[in-house]
Design a protein around this ligand. Structure first.
Ligand SMILES: Cc1ncc(COP(=O)(O)O)c(C=O)c1O
Length: 487
């Protein structure tokens, strides 16, 4: 076949690889650093196993042979009644879970810092969102999680979505919350996209599967050595068939066997070596945490800190830190990048690094050494500009103050027109404004645009945030609702 250079994405990938960045982000296999040898061998020739429902290869939509056996083994491993493999990310699992537990036109309870996939689930199911406000940490500038007291006051038997953990690795008191909600007759769906590894070490937060949640969604690719888009849904028997039906509706009829093989491989690997490898990863993350705590320029998010704020505990393999108030998270991530470290994400003041069994003593020493270099540069610069302080404009308001004028489904089918962003205070947004990562919407269609949220969008833009959900990629304009249709 003739060579062509008319392939912008391939070229961008090649260029990215040539930079030789160290991955502190998803997917969990970290560009092949964390892979079981047998999987490496099998996936060496990816196109050879990119097959379809041929005799002997089973069918994801009616599994009776190899896929059924593999899912069954995964269920045993993760302690679920049944496990379904997902090839469209945790997104499809969260949405199928919401459809399985919710009723059209009725309420669905979810934290305001839920991932955008759950907001989209409300459009699909025509649910009325009942948002709960997470504790907003003024010092760090991100939401920690929803305290148990907020669930205590819920009166109607409404389905609830819990988040375990947040993007920053903060897990709520899961056992307490699941028990209390079940006691009120509420069904519980847990977005455990970032917690697929929890069961493999006792120093990590507990998995919601063990806490008896009805449906738990794992974004396997985020921390485990599987390929991007792979995920699992773990479910209790009484709701399993309902969930299967919605997964059948949402998932492609051509599931990738490469992705399915990746999921099969990971359950085989974890059953054998999961505990040993994750014990090593937790120890290595502790070493990195200690090294960061020794740098006076950085503050580390600590387990004790989140417990004191009423949360359950911190995933110690999420290394979250900031450089005081002098440098915003976007600048900090850029400085790390200049030292060949690619973070998972950054926010107003902080960056998030993901540590997993891909790391070893040598790479942890390398990361620490590069962080020392960044700290030295910050030390010099902040002495020069001691007055600079990253503002936290509108940060709290976004998670505690919202005005849902139209239900998400009504808003999705409404007509819209474009308007200059700065003139939209008081209007109803027709589009989502979602900084990505972390994928938590600042605005969802049907909500009134407030001055605080507008200021937050403008400030995030200035800092260099990347947004999803919008028509105008520069976000100078935004779509607002012009006419509502019956739906
Ligand atoms: C908390 C949370 N839930 C769900 C998702 C969706 O996961 P996926 O990208 O696998 O669809 C994400 C993705 O970033 C997430 O952060």
């Amino acid at each position: 076949m003739a060579e062509t250079n008319n392939t912008p994405l391939l070229q961008a990938l090649a260029q990215y690889l040539s930079k030789d960045m160290y991955p502190l982000h998803t997917p969990g296999h970290k560009q092949g650093r964390y892979v079981w040898p047998i999987i490496k061998e099998l996936t060496k020739d990816l196109l050879a196993i990119d097959l379809t429902e041929l005799p002997g290869l089973d069918d994801l939509h009616n599994p009776q042979q190899a896929i059924a056996a593999s899912q069954q083994q995964a269920a045993v491993l993760f302690g679920a009644d049944r496990t379904f493999y997902l090839v469209q990310g945790a997104t499809s699992g969260i949405q199928a879970g919401m459809l399985a537990l919710g009723s059209p036109g009725k309420e669905f309870v979810l934290p305001r810092n839920a991932h955008r996939s759950a907001y989209a689930g409300m459009v699909m199911g025509n649910f009325k969102p009942r948002y709960l406000s997470p504790v907003m940490d003024e010092e760090w500038g991100f939401p920690l999680g929803v305290p148990t007291a907020q669930y205590e006051v819920l009166d109607k038997p409404t389905p609830v979505l819990l988040l375990n953990p947040s993007y920053e690795g903060v897990a709520p008191p899961m056992e307490q919350q699941v028990k209390m909600l079940h006691g009120k007759g509420m069904s519980v769906l847990v977005d455990e996209a970032h917690g697929s590894h929890f069961i493999f070490n006792g120093l990590l937060p507990p998995s919601a599967v063990a806490m008896g949640a009805d449906i738990v969604i794992h974004g396997s690719h985020k921390t485990l050595p599987t390929m991007t888009q792979t995920a699992m849904a773990h479910v209790k028997q009484p709701i399993a068939e309902r969930l299967r039906m919605f997964l059948d509706i949402l998932q492609t009829t051509s599931p990738s066997y490469v992705l399915l093989a990746s999921l099969d491989g990971v359950q085989g690997y974890l059953a054998k070596d999961g505990c040993e490898d994750w014990a090593r990863a937790v120890t290595l993350a502790e070493i990195l945490r200690r090294d960061i705590s020794n740098l006076k320029e950085f503050q580390l998010l600590e387990d004790e800190y989140v417990r004191n704020k009423g949360m359950g505990e911190l995933d110690k393999t999420r290394v979250v830190f900031r450089a005081g108030n002098k440098i915003d998270g976007f600048t900090l991530a850029r400085m790390l990048r200049e030292e060949k470290l690619e973070a998972e994400m950054c926010g107003w003041r902080h960056v998030v690094l993901i540590i997993n069994p891909a790391e070893d003593e040598t790479t942890i020493a390398f990361i620490s050494q590069r962080l020392r270099r960044v700290a030295n540069r910050i030390g010099i610069n902040s002495a020069r500009d001691a007055s600079f302080n990253v503002p936290l404009i509108g940060q709290t308001a976004a998670f505690s103050d919202w005005d849902v004028v139209l239900n998400p489904r009504q808003a999705a089918f409404a007509s819209s027109r474009m308007a200059a962003l700065k003139e939209t205070v008081g209007e109803i947004t027709a589009e989502a404004v979602v900084p990505y990562p972390p994928g938590i919407p600042l605005l969802w269609p049907g909500e009134r645009i407030t001055q605080e949220v507008l200021e937050r969008i403008v400030t995030l833009k200035r800092l260099g945030a990347h947004f999803q959900g919008i028509h105008d990629c520069d976000l100078n304009k935004i779509a607002i609702i012009s006419e509502v249709k019956e739906c």
